[in-house]
Design a binder for this molecule. Structure first.
Ligand SMILES: Cc1cc2nc3c(=O)[nH]c(=O)nc-3n(C[C@H](O)[C@H](O)[C@H](O)COP(=O)(O)O)c2cc1C
Length: 383
């Protein structure tokens, strides 16, 4: 299948992955209202078509947290991406760094900080969840610093996990023990290319970063059970002091959707926020990122670097998010689909597509560099 855009990658991923894994990536929480809104509200942003402005020389590069990026795009943390393709996080970090953009490693990745660091050629970002065992969190932060991570993304919208109906229907959730295992095995056997690549050649499958806590448990249901037991719903703003004290580099709070929370993040010493609803996987019915973003930029844009994610399915969407006020845009499912479909080459091709689409979108809006992008690009917003 020739891949022209992210919708094609999604379809290729659907054909390649066992059903339960595709549904895990593709799905959202509850009725998936926010998942749909993320995409629809972003698509509804009309950009102004501008002409005769000499766009022969377009520069996509930008600076985020002291780092030069080839374009204002970051690979978002995606859990268990190592199941999408063999040693998936290592493949993705290589593709991101070749494209000159940051890769964010999830706490719950298959490849550990150390394995990804060995595969990387430059610093990457690390995403942290709040785990009950603060001593282990401290160790993780020390490991991230030792691995040379250049920014910490602290995800705060997972105090309790959103229910994902698709995971129940597919047999990923709510089917513990032998019954669930057999269902997933049957689905895996229907995808022999994936089963060989990931199931056989991709071992070991234990979650790299949290392996010491999981001890000898390595099944996918062990992982979800562990998350249920160890994610800390008691997390509150004062916990940021702990993180701030332990982490010396840039601190980015991910999962902010409300201006009040953004102000709190600024007051407690964060360097940036990611406007995000976890890709519509947490509070269903919450505002889309596109709708929430302008209010947050207005509240803290002069103090914090505001990034955004949710529903970005093209380079045009990247420009829309920038026009709404983001300084950088995270891709979630887009790279998960690409990695699932074609591994490292897929992520490389995805980023080439995003780059080309962003370049065209800038050309047709008469914009020559990223610092020129603002709300004036949006039709109906300014003269
Ligand atoms: C399969 C999957 C796993 C995810 N795992 C994590 C994670 O481990 N940590 C995290 O902060 N966000 C996680 N997210 C959320 C993404 O970082 C990002 O916020 C979201 O995917 C953006 O929306 P989009 O998929 O529409 O681009 C995950 C998202 C998906 C789809």
């Amino acid at each position: 299948m020739n891949i022209a855009n992210i919708a094609d990658f999604r379809e290729a991923a659907r054909r390649r992955l066992p059903h339960f894994l595709f549904e895990y990536i593709d799905g959202g929480s509850f009725a998936e209202v926010t998942l749909r809104r993320n995409i629809e509200d972003l698509e509804a942003v009309s950009l102004r078509q501008r002409v005769l402005r000499d766009v022969s020389d377009i520069d996509l590069s930008t600076q985020l947290f002291g780092q030069r990026l080839a374009m204002p795009v970051v690979l978002a943390p995606v859990g268990i991406a190592g199941l999408n393709a063999r040693r998936g996080e290592c493949q993705a970090v290589r593709a991101a760094q070749r494209a000159g953009i940051p890769f964010t490693l999830s706490t719950v990745s298959a490849c550990s900080l150390e394995e990804v660091s060995a595969a990387a050629t430059a610093p990457f970002w690390f995403q942290l969840y709040v785990i009950r065992d603060r001593g282990f969190m401290r160790d993780l932060l020390a490991r991230a610093a030792a691995a040379g991570c250049s920014a910490l993304v602290f995800t705060v919208d997972m105090a309790v996990p959103g229910t994902r109906y698709r995971d129940y229907r597919s047999g990923l959730a709510g089917a513990p023990g032998l019954g669930g295992k057999l269902r997933r095995l049957a689905q895996a056997l229907m995808r022999p290319a994936w089963a060989w690549d990931v199931g056989v050649r991709g071992k070991p499958h234990a979650l790299g970063n949290i392996a010491p806590l999981l001890e000898d448990r390595s099944g996918i249901d062990d992982f979800f059970a562990w998350m249920g037991e160890n994610f800390d719903p008691a997390i509150r703003w004062s916990d940021l002091d702990f993180i701030r004290a332990e982490w010396k580099g840039p601190l980015i709070i991910k999962g902010i959707l409300d201006p009040e929370d953004a102000r709190q993040a600024a007051a407690l010493g964060a360097d940036g926020v990611v406007v995000s609803n976890h890709g519509g996987r947490q509070l269903d019915g919450a505002l889309s990122s596109a709708r929430a973003l302008p209010g947050i930029v207005q509240a803290v844009g002069d103090r914090l670097t505001v990034l955004a994610d949710g529903g970005v399915r093209s380079g045009l969407d990247v420009l829309r998010m920038l026009a709404l006020g983001a300084k950088g845009v995270m891709l979630g499912r887009a790279w998960a689909y690409a990695l699932s479909a074609q591994g490292e080459a897929g992520v490389t091709w995805l980023l080439a597509i995003i780059e080309a689409e962003l370049r065209v979108a800038m050309g047709l809006t008469g914009t020559r560099c990223i610092s020129d992008v603002d709300a004036g690009l949006i039709a109906g917003v300014s003269p």
